[in-house]
Ligand binder design. Structure first.
Ligand code: KIV
Length: 267
């Protein structure tokens, strides 16, 4: 097993031009598989709500959901660096609440927390960092603001002012002490500009291939559903393989072909 990934490794990777591999993860079973596959950093994203819990968006996800998922991921992980999302409602009311929520995620097993928002969240990021907790920022399309943003839409598009706003967000979260920033649904040329303007690594999702790292939602990249966003490549057809295994099981049980003598205690 390669050595444990720590927070300082991300800056080293940016300096060396070595891409950072981030993938979402929500439980111990998949954490073991993804860890063995060599993922650098897990995001226990609040996409847990839409991918696993069956919600239509990340909005209903509670801090308790994130604590449970983070603890499960931590139990299945040896090498990858674990980042957990602060869900909607866990950090907006006050910086004190945000610090308390971040501490709960760290106690559950997170090595960093992620929160959505740029300039408007800089003070909160600084407060969490001041409490000794690593923060990954998240700008561009921020799913917790789906209603305010008018749906999942590319951000930083439509003129110089929008571009400058997003760059200002990136600089603000860096200044606040974030160790990395996720850029979601950002035009590739703007992602290049932001990546070149920052000392901290950028991790893209729908932001082109020149960011310092990439993140995808694992159920999208593994083909667990019928649909995935246009920027998410299907690297496998795990959903179809799982369905086939379950169909075979159903068939064997109904035909009394399972359990066979190899799976039976005779004495
Ligand atoms: O919750 C999540 O999975 C995320 C990614 C989309 C970056 O925040």
């Amino acid at each position: 097993m390669a050595p444990k990934v720590r927070v300082h490794h991300f800056a080293q990777k940016k300096a060396a031009g070595e891409p950072i591999v981030m993938l979402t993860c929500y439980d111990a079973v998949t954490a073991k598989i993804f860890d063995a596959a060599g993922v650098d950093t897990f995001l226990v994203g609040d996409s847990y709500g839409s991918t696993i819990l069956g919600y239509a968006s990340t909005i209903p996800v509670e801090l308790e959901d994130m604590e449970r998922a983070t603890a499960a991921v931590a139990r299945g992980t040896e090498r990858a660096f674990i980042v957990a999302d602060l869900p909607l409602g866990s950090c907006e009311a006050s910086d004190a609440l945000a610090v308390e929520s971040a501490i709960r995620l760290v106690k559950a097993g997170a090595e960093a927390v992620k929160l959505e928002g740029g300039t408007r969240r800089a003070r909160t990021i600084a407060a969490i960092v001041d409490a000794g907790i690593n923060v990954c920022a998240h700008i561009g399309y921020t799913p917790q603001s789906i209603n305010a943003l008018g749906g999942p839409r590319v951000q930083g598009r439509g003129g110089k002012a929008a571009e400058e706003r997003l760059l200002a967000d990136a600089l603000a979260v860096q200044e606040a002490g974030a160790y990395a920033v996720v850029l979601e649904m950002v035009p590739a040329p703007l992602a290049v500009r932001i990546t070149e303007s920052l000392d901290i690594p950028t991790i893209g999702i729908g932001a082109g291939n020149a960011t310092d790292g990439q993140v995808l939602v694992w159920t999208d990249m593994a083909g667990m559903g019928d649909w995935q966003p246009s920027f998410a490549k299907r690297f496998g057809e795990v959903g179809a393989a799982l369905r086939k295994a379950v169909e075979d099981y159903c068939e064997d049980v109904r035909a009394r072909a399972f359990p066979d003598p190899d799976h039976t205690f005779d004495k």
